[in-house]
Write a protein that binds this ligand. Sequence first.
Ligand code: SF4
Length: 183
Amino acid sequence: MKIRLASTLQSDSIVDGEGIRTVVWTQGCPHDCPFCHNPQTHDFKGGFLEDIEEIKEELRELKGQDGITLSGGDPMAQPLQCLEIAKEAHKLGMNVWCYSGYRFEEIMENKNMKKLLEEVDVLVDGRFLIEEKSLDIYYRGSKNQRIIDVKKSLEEGKVVEIEKFKGTKIFKPMYNKEKDIFI
Ligand code: SF4
């Protein structure tokens, strides 16, 4: 199975979710949010095709990563491909964040997107809205977007946002043992 990507895997990110993360930048997004910061990732014919097995192999070679982040583009536009990648990340002990322009409720109505959601730990949902833009919030571009605990939400049958990410950002330096630096 192949997935359309916007770029190669990006490891050591500290802005695409909690901890140190490897980002899978998917190519293709149907939402076309005005002022999107990644417009080059919208075209469904752009980027390049990559074999899922190659990506799994790259994940197995990673060191010092807390998790992976499915971003883009919209990973929910390639749900079954992203599902395979998310499963491999979990096998390797990494958690999975996913950014999507679709809201949790929209994802739940689509069979394949729901399958991917069930393999995601944290969903950052909703389109980017310039009028809600803020630089003082955690891991998202605009205040309408929610950082959702997927397991709890599925168990409770309603959206459960992660409390500690709801407020304004507090800067806490983090120690990276492998690199012996504070980030
Ligand atoms: S969902 Fe994300 S990638 Fe897609 S247009 Fe909106 S901001 Fe851009």
